[in-house]
Design a protein around this ligand. Structure first.
Ligand SMILES: Cc1ncc(C[n+]2csc(CCOP(=O)(O)OP(=O)(O)O)c2C)c(N)n1
Ligand SMILES: [Mg+2]
Length: 319
């Protein structure tokens, strides 16, 4: 491992912050304080963290309906995010967007998106703009296995390929699109092989191994920045919760769930950090305490914030 201790602990902190943000979301959603739909990212933290750690500050990401982890890994403000989930005036969209509409252009976050597969053409457009500006910016595009069966996946990657656009397509293959298992929704076992159809590299990796995700993305970023064009990375992972909060999650095999829980990305990384002597248990505990504190303050901020005023209903809307 060539990364500095600081970098490795920052990655650990990011994964832990995502986990605690999602656990708080789960808790306050159940308590009725968060309206609308939420899709939790628990179990997939290594993908967002590994990818975003490999990006530069001027790069971009596009996200999905399961976007909290992507936004946090890209540096999103957890206070503004939590306030948005609580539908408060202080939130990212002034409380009018909710979980699936958060964006922060100052961080290159082009936005989460409630339409499955809609981030792909947006990412291709971002890649096109970057190429025209010629300043080396790249875009990482997150999407799921389910999204990879949509036409937008095929047309966006084809166009990015022929125009050699700097886009890193990151398929978070958690093996399910709602209750539909990839074993029933596609006739291939690896989505990465679809890259062949568009003449670009396709790589499959263990998405619960943050360092594998980081190293693969770093190489992809170098390739894209230097004019090599897009890459498809398939990160195999697992959502530890139901599809959305309220999903009975009665369609997955208990043995498969158990096997994936044993590959929890945060516990695995913590083990590596301790075993390789990178940090002590008490250093890890300090990071955890700091992140728990940040999430507690975000929840407090969201709770104390005012609701939008009735007259705000007609502001910031196009029609
Ligand atoms: C165009 C479109 N079709 C259907 C839906 C309903 N829907 C929401 S999430 C989802 C499954 C997405 O699966 P996947 O892309 O694998 O992402 P995951 O939820 O597993 O992260 C579907 C079908 C939608 N939001 N948009
Ligand atoms: Mg999926």
């Amino acid at each position: 491992m060539n990364e500095s201790k600081e970098m490795l602990l920052a990655m650990y902190g990011t994964m832990y912050r995502i986990r605690k943000f999602e656990e708080a979301t789960e808790k306050w959603y159940a308590a009725g304080l968060i309206p609308g739909f939420v899709h939790l990212y628990i179990g997939e933290e290594a993908v967002a963290t590994g990818v975003c750690s490999a990006l530069g500050k001027d790069d971009y990401i596009t996200s999905t309906h399961r976007g909290h982890g992507h936004l946090i890994a890209r540096g999103g403000d957890v206070k503004l995010m939590m306030a948005e989930l609580f539908a408060k005036k202080t939130g990212y969209c002034k409380g009018k967007g909710g979980s699936m509409h958060i964006c922060d252009l100052s961080l290159g976050i082009i936005g989460s998106n409630g339409i499955v597969g809609a981030g792909l053409p947006i990412a291709t457009g971002v890649g096109f703009a970057s190429k025209m500006r010629g300043n080396g910016q790249v875009c990482a595009c997150f999407f799921g296995d389910g999204a990879s069966n949509r036409g937008t996946f095929h047309e966006s990657i084809n166009m990015a390929s022929i125009l050699k656009l700097p886009v890193i397509f990151v398929c978070e293959n958690n093996l399910y699109g709602i209750s539909g298992c990839v074993r029933e929704t596609m006739n291939i076992s690896d989505i990465s092989i679809r890259a062949t159809s568009y003449g670009i590299p396709g790589i499959k990796i263990d998405g619960n191994d943050v360092l594998a995700v980081y190293h693969t993305t770093r190489a992809a970023v170098e390739h894209a920045r230097s004019g090599g064009g897009p890459i498809l990375i398939e990160a195999k992972t697992w959502r530890q919760c139901g599809h959305w909060q309220g999903d009975p999650d009665n369609y997955r095999n208990p043995a498969e769930c158990k096997a994936w829980l044993e590959k929890d990305p945060i516990e695995r990384f913590e083990d590596i950090i301790i075993k390789k002597g990178i940090a002590s248990k008490s250093e890890i505990k300090n990071i955890q305490d700091k992140e728990i504190e940040a999430i507690n303050s975000a929840v407090e901020f969201a709770k104390q914030s005012p609701k939008p005023d009735p007259e705000d209903l007609y502001t910031d809307v196009f029609a």
